[in-house]
Design a protein around this ligand. Structure first.
Ligand SMILES: [Zn+2]
Length: 137
């Protein structure tokens, strides 16, 4: 038996409340938080973080997340939806299955923050952006 909790959930060795499943993705609600629309959308194969995903895995997680998000909207009629991800050892995770949390937001939920947070110099931002664009070319 696998030692990985998520592999055991995928295999059905640990019960879970599944809301969506395909070849690459499992989405379930057994997360232990109070928000009734909170769904975890996870990749079935091991992939520590976004760096490790191939294009098919990336597309599968995005497609499943959008489908589940539409279902959450239909089910709970939230004002909005937040998507969180914090994966890999650097984020303190011990289960290495890339995943996102879909969290419905309702009017009055506290999500306020200012933008930009620390107002870095524009030229610094442009230099950083140029380096990223160069890698995408
Ligand atoms: Zn696993």
């Amino acid at each position: 038996m696998s030692e990985c909790v998520f592999c055991r959930i995928v295999a059905g060795q640990i019960p879970s409340t599944r809301v969506y499943e395909d070849d690459l993705v499992l989405a379930f609600m057994d997360i232990g938080e109070v928000n009734p629309g909170h769904v975890l959308v996870a990749l079935k194969p091991h992939a520590e973080n976004l760096f490790a995903l191939d294009d098919a895995q990336t597309a599968a997680v995005a497609r499943a997340s959008a489908r589940v998000a539409r279902a959450i909207r239909a089910a709970f009629e939230p004002a909005g939806l937040s998507v969180y991800q914090a994966n890999g050892a650097a984020a303190g995770q011990t289960v290495f299955h890339y995943h996102v949390h879909l969290v419905p937001r309702h009017d009055g939920d506290g999500m306020a923050f200012t933008w930009p947070v620390n107002n870095p110099p524009r030229e610094q931002l442009e230099a950083h952006a140029a380096r990223i664009r160069a890698q995408l070319a």
